[in-house]
Design a protein around this ligand. Structure first.
Ligand code: ADP
Ligand code: MG
Length: 678
C-alpha cells in the first residue's frame, strides 16, 4: 500500500464505502491522510469515577456485562455498569442494539461521553468505548471529528486513518529545508499525524501553523509568479500630460478627493512604464471610481490609443457610456465614445465595428463580450474592468493577441476587501484604495424594520415619492417559492401596484427577463417614468439613479452584509438624503450583522466584521473563490500571512526552482490559474 493506493486497499473498505469516501473527495490513502478534522472533542482528561461531574467525561473502567432491551416500541436501551477503584457509574445507550454484543464483559475500557441526569438517574449517555490500549482513537485523547456522510461516521474514518499512519514516513517534505528551519515549522508528516491525533492542544497549534503556512505560501507564490511573468511582458509607455490632466479636472463640477488624486497619480506613474499596469482600485460605493478611470483613459487616448471599459452587465455598460460621454464632452471628445454590447442591432454593431477599426473611436464601452467580438483593436492601450473580480489569464491573452502588445489593465471594485485578504488574494496586483467619500455626502440612514410597522413606513416613503424622489424595493426571490418562505419580486410588485402604491408608477426588474426588457425598465426608471422599481439583486452593482433615495430590502435577514451594503449604495448618490430600510421577514430579533449595518456605513469596517462573523468563506462566496481552498489558514491571522508572504518572496529571490518541489509545483500551477484575478 502506498499514498496513491485506492482507499479500497485499506482493510474493510469495499466498493460501497469507497463511493462514500469519493463523495467526501477522498479517493486515495493519501487523500485520507489529508482529510482534516472539522473540529475536535477533548476527551483527554481521564478521571477517577468519584471525581466526575456532569458534562463530557472520560473514565478508565471495567465494564460489567451490557444488557439491551426494548422499553417500548421503537425505543431500545442498552445498559451496563462501569467500575474503577473509586466507584461505579451507569452507562446507557439509546437505540444502539448492537452495543451489548460488542462489549467484552469484565474488560477494561476507556469510556467517553456525556455524564448527565436521565430518567432520574445520573449516567454516561451514549458513550464511546474502546478497550484500553497504547493508542486509543475514539476516547481518552483529543478526538478528531470529521465531516461525515450517510453511512460513514467519524469513528470509522478515525480507525482507517489510524491504520494508514504507518505510511506517513513516505510523505516527503513538501517545502524547502531552509524555509522549514527559518520559520520553525514542524515536518509535514508530523503535522499530518498531529492533525488527526494531537497529543495536546499546543501540538495542534503547531500542526495547524505548519499546514496553514503552506496553504498561504502556495497562494502567494502563485500570485507572485503571475506578477513576475506579467512584468516580463512589454507594454507601451503612455506619457503623462499635465496640461491635459489639468484641463480635464477644470471641467469637473466638483473637486477630486485627495484619495482620488492619489489614485490617479499612481495610475499615471504605472502607465508611463513599459511594463503593463496591473492595478486594482478599491473604493466603496459612491467613492467616485468612474472619474478616476476616465482620467486614465484620456491620457491613453491623447497618445492615440484606444481604451476598452468592461462592465459586468449591459445595463451598467450603457450607463457608463453615458457618464463617460458627459465627462468627455468639455474636452470635445464625447464623439469618440462607443457602446459595444450584445444587445445592439446588427446595423449599429457593424457601424461600431467600422468606427473602432478606423480609429475614429477612442473609448469602447461594453461588457466582457468586447474581447469576444471580432473587432480590430490594434491600438488598444488601456483596459478598465469594472466590478468584475475575475479576469483570467485567458482573457488577458486574448487582449494581447488583439493588440499585439499587453495593454495596461485597471480594475475597479467596490467590494471592500480587508488588507490582509487583499495581500493574499491579490498579491499580484498593485492596489490603490479610495478611502474617503466626496465631501458633503450624507451617510445613508439605515433602519431595521419589522413587518408590523410596514404601514407607517409606506406612509413615510410615499412622502418622499410625493417630493419627487424614487424608491428601489429588493426581494430575495423572483417568484413565490414553496421551499423558501420569503417575499418575491413578482408578489411585491403586484401588491404595491394594486394596493399600497396604486397611485404611483411601479416597475419590475429581475434576472429572468430578457436583456432588452431589463434595459427598457431600467431606462424608464432612470428617466423617472417610474417611481418605484421592484427588483432582485440584479441592481446590486453600479446602477446610478441619483434621484432614488429609498432602498427597501425585503427579508433583509436573507442577505449578506456586503450585499446589503452594496444595495444601499444605490441610493443617496446625490445631495438628497438616502434611506435604507431593512425589512425583516418576521418580528424576530435582528442579527449582529444587520445591527452593524445600522450603525456603520464604512464598507471596510463592515467587511472586516463580515470576515470575523462568517470567515473567509463569506468573501470567497461572493467572489467565486471556492477553488482557493484554504482549509486551515485563517485570513485573519496576519502573522501567519506575513510569514508566508516573506517566505514566498525569499523563494523567488533565492532563485529557487519549483521543479525541485513537485508537490508545491502542482499546487502552485493550479492556483496560478485561479488567482489571476485581474
Ligand atoms: P463608484 O465609485 O461607486 O463607481 P461613481 O464613480 O459612480 O462611484 O461616482 C458616484 C457619484 O459621485 C457620481 O455621480 C460622480 O459624478 C460623483 N463624484 C465622483 N467624484 C466626486 C467628487 N470628488 N466630489 C463629488 N462628487 C463626486
Ligand atoms: Mg462604479
Amino acid at each position: 500500500m502506498t499514498l496513491t493506493s485506492n482507499v479500497t486497499s485499506l482493510k474493510g473498505v469495499g466498493e460501497e464505502l469507497a463511493k462514500k469516501f469519493a463523495s467526501l473527495g477522498v479517493y486515495t490513502v493519501g487523500d485520507l491522510l489529508e482529510y482534516y478534522p472539522r473540529r475536535y472533542d477533548d476527551y483527554s482528561h481521564v478521571l477517577p469515577i468519584n471525581r466526575i461531574k456532569p458534562g463530557v467525561v472520560t473514565i478508565k473502567a471495567v465494564i460489567k456485562q451490557a444488557k439491551g432491551h426494548f422499553v417500548r416500541r421503537g425505543m431500545h436501551i442498552t445498559e451496563a455498569v462501569a467500575s474503577d477503584e473509586t466507584g461505579s457509574v451507569r452507562l446507557i445507550w439509546f437505540n444502539q442494539p448492537y452495543r451489548a454484543a460488542a462489549i467484552k464483559a469484565d474488560s477494561e475500557y476507556y469510556i467517553s461521553g456525556e455524564f448527565a441526569l436521565k430518567r432520574q438517574r445520573l449516567s454516561i449517555q451514549n458513550p464511546s468505548v474502546e478497550l484500553v490500549s497504547e493508542f486509543p482513537v475514539n476516547t481518552a485523547r483529543i478526538i478528531p471529528i470529521y465531516r461525515e456522510t450517510r453511512g460513514l461516521k467519524s469513528a470509522q474514518i478515525r480507525r482507517l486513518i489510524r491504520e494508514s499512519l504507518p505510511l506517513l514516513p513516505s510523505y516527503t517534505e513538501t517545502l524547502p529545508a531552509w524555509m522549514i528551519e527559518e520559520q520553525k515549522l514542524i515536518p509535514k508528516a508530523a503535522a499530518l499525524r498531529t492533525m488527526h491525533f494531537p497529543g495536546n492542544t499546543d501540538e495542534l497549534v503547531e500542526a495547524k501553523r505548519r499546514l496553514g503556512f503552506e496553504e498561504v505560501l502556495e497562494l502567494t507564490l502563485a500570485a507572485l509568479l503571475n506578477k513576475y511573468e506579467l512584468m516580463q511582458e512589454h507594454a507601451i509607455s503612455i506619457p503623462f500630460d499635465q496640461g491635459l490632466a489639468k484641463e480635464f479636472v477644470s471641467h469637473l463640477p466638483f473637486t477630486l478627493t485627495d484619495a482620488q488624486k492619489k489614485t490617479v497619480w499612481q495610475i499615471y506613474l504605472d502607465m508611463q512604464k513599459t511594463q503593463p499596469m496591473n492595478r486594482l482600485v478599491e473604493g466603496d460605493v459612491g467613492s467616485g471610481k468612474t472619474v478616476v478611470a476616465t482620467m486614465a483613459a484620456v491620457m491613453a487616448m491623447k497618445q492615440g490609443f484606444q481604451v476598452a471599459l468592461m462592465a459586468p452587465t449591459e445595463l451598467l455598460a450603457r450607463q457608463h457610456a453615458e457618464t463617460i460621454h458627459d465627462l468627455l464632452e468639455p474636452l470635445g471628445q464625447s464623439g469618440h465614445v462607443t457602446l459595444l454590447v450584445g444587445g445592439l442591432k446588427p446595423k449599429q454593431k457593424a457601424e461600431a465595428h467600422k468606427r473602432i477599426k478606423s480609429g475614429d473611436v477612442g473609448f469602447i464601452v461594453g461588457t466582457n463580450a468586447i474581447i469576444q467580438e471580432k473587432v480590430d483593436m490594434h491600438k488598444l492601450g488601456l483596459v478598465v474592468i469594472d466590478e468584475q473580480h475575475r479576469f483570467g489569464v485567458d482573457q488577458r491573452k486574448a487582449l494581447q493577441a488583439k493588440a499585439g502588445h499587453m495593454p495596461h489593465v485597471l480594475s475597479l471594485t467596490a467590494t471592500p476587501i480587508p488588507r490582509s485578504l487583499a495581500l493574499t488574494l491579490y498579491g499580484e496586483l498593485d492596489i490603490s484604495v479610495i478611502d474617503v467619500k466626496p465631501a458633503g455626502r450624507k451617510p445613508i440612514i439605515t433602519k431595521i424594520t419589522s413587518p408590523n410597522s410596514r404601514k407607517a413606513l409606506y406612509e413615510k416613503i410615499d412622502q418622499e415619492l410625493a417630493d419627487g424622489r424614487q424608491m428601489f424595493v429588493v426581494t430575495p426571490l423572483i417568484s413565490e417559492s414553496e421551499v423558501m418562505p420569503a417575499r418575491s419580486a413578482e408578489e411585491v410588485y403586484e401588491e404595491l401596484r394594486t394596493k399600497a402604491f396604486k397611485h404611483r408608477r411601479v416597475g419590475l426588474l429581475h434576472g429572468k427577463m430578457k436583456p432588452q426588457e431589463k434595459d427598457d425598465i431600467m431606462q424608464q426608471f432612470m428617466r423617472h417614468e417610474l417611481d418605484i422599481l421592484v427588483a432582485t439583486t440584479v441592481i446590486e452593482v453600479g446602477v446610478n439613479v441619483p434621484n432614488a433615495t429609498v432602498m427597501l430590502i425585503e427579508n433583509a435577514e436573507r442577505f449578506g452584509l456586503a450585499q446589503i451594503h452594496q444595495l444601499r449604495g444605490r441610493v443617496g448618490r446625490a445631495d438628497y438624503q438616502g434611506y435604507a430600510y431593512l425589512m425583516m421577514g418576521d418580528s424576530s430579533e435582528p442579527s449582529r450583522r444587520l445591527r452593524a449595518l445600522e450603525s456603520s456605513t464604512d464598507g471596510f469596517e463592515l467587511a472586516e466584521l463580515d470576515l470575523e462573523i462568517r470567515g473567509p468563506g463569506a468573501i470567497y462566496g461572493t467572489m467565486q473563490h471556492g477553488q482557493l481552498d484554504l482549509r486551515i489558514a485563517k485570513l485573519t491571522d496576519t502573522k501567519l500571512i506575513a510569514a508566508a508572504r516573506s517566505s514566498a518572496q525569499a523563494f523567488i529571490d533565492k532563485g529557487e526552482n519549483l521543479v525541485q518541489y513537485k508537490h508545491l509545483m502542482n499546487r502552485v500551477s493550479r492556483l496560478r490559474a485561479v488567482t489571476n484575478l485581474n
